[in-house]
Design a protein around this ligand. Structure first.
Ligand SMILES: Nc1nc2c(c(=O)[nH]1)N[C@H]1C(S)=C(S)[C@@H](COP(=O)(O)OP(=O)(O)OC[C@H]3O[C@@H](n4cnc5c(=O)[nH]c(N)nc54)[C@H](O)[C@@H]3O)O[C@H]1N2
Ligand SMILES: Nc1nc2c(c(=O)[nH]1)N[C@H]1C(S)=C(S)[C@@H](COP(=O)(O)OP(=O)(O)OC[C@H]3O[C@@H](n4cnc5c(=O)[nH]c(N)nc54)[C@H](O)[C@@H]3O)O[C@H]1N2
Ligand code: SF4
Ligand SMILES: [Mo]
Length: 733
């Protein structure tokens, strides 16, 4: 592979273009070259290419693209895979527009003005590689390799795009290690403290369940194809329970819906368990044979009265009893726990309490039972240790930066990580990531990124808020312009992502970029010569028993394979806990400084008074039209309102606001303006505004977005983000 590849775009001359605040197109030349097929809707014949959606979405649809004359013309769901069916979500249906978006960045650019000013000069890839490799080498000489930090997460979820591509480079140069724990990690510890794993049963087994219990998960947004499964199960008579402080559309479908105040789930679980114990709806045989600490649990439950539970959770006890009765009197329960819910200071402790419900009812180890959380069997079974080149890392003890604490790590004067001083970061490469609007504390992130002594490279398809603060911007190919494979994290599927079209403009996929950058750094290792296909073969060359019978040839032919993981999981009654049993009392919890059974602490108790005393808890959830910050450049998606805040009618009255008023939310971190929606969908004292909305696209004012307000303090265990443990003030704008 030659790195000095000349492209037809080169030599067209350097262009310095001012950013436009109203549009999304600062510094982008010649967008016309990307126009979608002129007869877009008329041409549905061409070649069919299978490519799984690589957004961070639990649905993980397998899509089918039509290609004519080298152009993507039409997308549909691959109905061959029952889970996806014919129709992807509204984002999936936008993929032709997403791929040929007129604001795709088409060539590398270098900053010519101040950071954030939006003035750019076009450069070639060769110049870009030279500048980046020269700078990285001098940073390594002056400050050591740990002063270089990758920042990336889930913009592309491919096994290569997300992991192997960048990791080969980072392991080879020995950069700081980015802990990519923003999303799911608190519950890992919480669930493991009860039953020793966070991996769960096949969700398709919900057909066998008597009860489907949804705890803090919004499938109407974050896994729409799961609704098909739920509805089929309901047709079979499966009862449906939901717990969520927000009344999502799914809640309206529930047989019993509980709306607790945010983060009061430990107390709610205690109430449910009290009822199950009192009505003798617990599974004594299971408890006796497969658990420890049940007596401690009984004692702990005695310490909290129903009055206290009602007062803390806000859930009327009659409703809670009705819920508990259904859980107790039915034999098989599958519980689906959300990711968003555990992004709270007490996230691990809440997840633990939820898992204990299935412990007292004995809902483990039989088909149609169990807890589905982050079912990463397929991804975890791939041979990432080879594909990601872990063996190349010499400094295994390199400093670790938690991505939620990015602002702290790049702080202008006082960099810290995990509450300790950290080695200053002097170079950062952003790819698959958009820290300015997805990480907490936007203003602090920007302050760090603006440092003149911090060299920042950004690789993305469109001009995100984060790219605005870079020194060098590189055009990324979309996922459809390269080959990859991907594992499900809800079901058990491994799926293909076969290249649909050639890269648009001069864009390069993540692996091409890191491979060529590696070569520019002078790395002659064979790993920097591999093709995407070579890496896919390495990934599938795995010892994982889950991959029994899965070969490269078979996957390429069949396009998706459901891993043959024997059901039920946890059938042998042996759990990966210190005692080998389900632990109602856990030393892991007491060692971490929490109550070994159930810990009552609420996030407010951990806030500084200046935040604790603010009137509202701020929830920030996903919205149907985006995945995190992705898709917002697509015009018709931008037309769907996203800069709103939901407020309960009681609070609306107190604050004298009505629908469509603009309000300012604020705290000591920043402020942001949103349009009011008055709804009982949120409780009094809580607000909800969509997560990850763009900063400079906020039509109510560009001084803030959702994450201008959110906390970067980590969860109780697991080092996860805790966005939902944020409080704000509200005023009419
Ligand atoms: N307030 C609040 N904030 C949150 C959350 C919350 O609940 N509340 N949730 C958090 C969670 S759970 C997560 S997972 C994070 C998600 O954070 P991210 O993973 O950073 O979010 P995305 O917006 O999905 O993707 C980031 C960027 O990747 C780019 N991208 C896509 N494909 C490619 C590619 O192939 N190559 C390159 N180089 N770039 C690509 C996209 O264009 C996008 O700009 O956000 C977190 N932020
Ligand atoms: N369309 C779309 N799909 C997405 C995403 C997106 O942005 N848009 N994001 C993707 C990503 S990265 C992730 S991690 C997943 C997230 O998927 P989910 O976990 O389903 O999404 P969230 O909206 O973050 O949180 C789920 C619910 O948790 C509730 N919740 C908040 N606090 C509490 C609490 O204290 N107790 C209880 N019981 N519930 C609480 C919220 O009200 C919310 O409805 O979705 C993925 N899919
Ligand atoms: S965003 Fe989710 S639901 Fe939509 S196409 Fe992708 S995987 Fe499917
Ligand atoms: Mo996430």
């Amino acid at each position: 592979m030659k790195i000095n590849r000349r492209t037809f775009m080169q030599g067209a001359g350097a262009t310095a273009i001012l950013s436009s605040l109203s549009g999304l197109t600062p510094g982008i030349a010649n967008a016309r070259t990307t126009g979608a097929h002129s007869n877009l809707l008329a041409k549905r014949n061409g070649e069919v290419v299978y490519h799984s959606c690589l957004r961070n979405c639990a649905a993980r649809c397998l899509l089918k693209f039509r290609v004519q004359d080298g152009r993507m013309t039409y997308v549909s769901g691959a109905e061959e895979q029952a889970k996806t069916g014919k129709a992807p979500c509204l984002k999936g249906q936008a993929y032709v527009q997403y791929t040929y978006a007129p604001d795709r960045i088409l060539h590398p650019m270098e900053r010519v003005g101040a950071k954030g000013e939006g003035k750019w000069r076009r450069i070639s890839w060769d110049e870009a590689y030279k500048k980046i490799s020269d700078r990285l080498k001098s940073v390594i000489t002056e400050h050591g390799s740990e002063s270089i930090l990758p920042y990336s997460y889930s913009g592309n979820y491919g096994a290569i795009g997300m992991s192997a591509s960048g990791e080969r480079f980072w392991n080879r140069i020995g950069s700081s290690i980015l802990e990519r724990k923003v999303c799911t990690y608190a519950a890992y510890d919480g669930l493991e403290s009860v039953y020793g794993t966070f991996l769960g049963p096949d969700p398709e087994d919900v057909m066998l369940s008597d009860v489907y219990l949804n705890w803090g998960h919004d499938e109407t947004v974050s896994n729409t194809i799961a609704i098909k499964l739920i509805n089929k199960a309901r047709d079979n008579g499966t009862k449906f329970l939901v717990v969520n402080p927000q009344r999502t559309p799914l809640c309206n479908q529930a047989d019993v819906y509980l709306q607790p105040k945010p983060s009061t789930d430990v107390q709610l679980c205690a109430g449910i368990m009290k009822y199950l114990v009192e009505k003798d709806l617990v599974n004594h045989k299971f408890i006796q044979e497969q658990s420890i600490g049940y007596d401690d649990l009984l004692k702990r439950l005695d310490e909290l009265s129903y009055d206290e539970i009602e007062q803390i959770t806000g859930v009327p006890r009659a409703k809670m009893f009705e819920f508990a009765q259904i859980l107790g009197e039915n034999e098989k329960t599958m519980l689906r726990m959300g990711y968003g819910f555990q992004r709270n200071f007490n996230g691990a402790r809440m997840s633990r309490a939820v898992a204990m419900l299935l412990g007292v009812t004995g809902n483990f180890g039989k088909r149609g039972n169990g807890l589905v959380y982050d079912n990463i069997h397929a991804g975890a079974g791939l041979n990432q240790s080879i594909a990601s080149g872990k063996y190349m890392r010499k400094n295994k003890d390199a400093q670790r930066i938690n991505m939620t604490e990015i602002a702290k790590a790049i702080h202008p004067t006082n960099p810290t990580s995990h509450d300790k001083p950290s080695k200053p970061i002097h170079a950062m490469i952003i790819y698959n990531g958009n820290p300015v609007v997805v990480a907490p504390d936007t203003n602090a992130v920007i302050e760090g990124m603006k440092r003149e002594d911090l060299f920042v490279v950004g690789h993305d398809m469109v001009m995100t808020d984060s790219l605005q603060y870079c020194d060098i911007i590189l055009p990324s190919a979309s996922q459809f312009e390269t080959d990859d494979i991907v594992g499900d994290y809800h079901g058990y599927y491994i799926q293909v992502c076969q290249k649909v079209i050639e890269p648009v403009g001069e864009s390069k996929c993540n692996w091409t970029f890191f491979r060529e950058l590696g070569q520019a750094m002078g790395f002659e290792d064979d790993v920097f010569k591999a093709s995407n296909d070579d890496i896919i073969k390495e990934l599938l060359d795995t010892d994982s028993p889950d991959y029994k019978g899965v070969t490269y040839e078979r996957l390429m032919k069949e396009k998706f394979i459901k891993l043959d993981i024997p059901q039920p999981v946890l059938a042998d009654g042996k759990y990966n806990t210190p005692s080998g049993k389900i632990e109602f009392s856990s030393k892991l919890m007491s060692d971490a400084g929490y109550h070994p059974v159930l810990d009552w602490q609420l996030p407010e108790e951990e806030m500084e008074p200046k935040e604790r005393n603010l009137p509202f808890r701020l929830l920030s959830s996903g919205v149907p039209q985006r995945v995190n910050s992705s898709f917002y450049n697509v015009k018709y998606i931008r037309a769907i309102p996203a800069y709103y805040v939901k407020i309960n009618p009681v609070d609306a009255k107190t604050y004298d606001v009505k629908d469509n008023d603009v309000v300012k939310l604020s705290n000591h971190r920043g402020e942001a303006r949103f349009v009011v929606i008055v709804t009982e969908g949120v409780l009094p004292g809580s607000l909800m505004t969509p997560k990850c909305n763009w900063l400079r696209m906020n039509p109510n004012g560009t001084e803030g977005c959702t994450n201008s307000l959110t906390t970067d303090k980590l969860t109780d265990m697991g080092g996860c983000s805790a966005y939902h443990s944020t409080r704000v003030d509200l005023a009419k704008a």
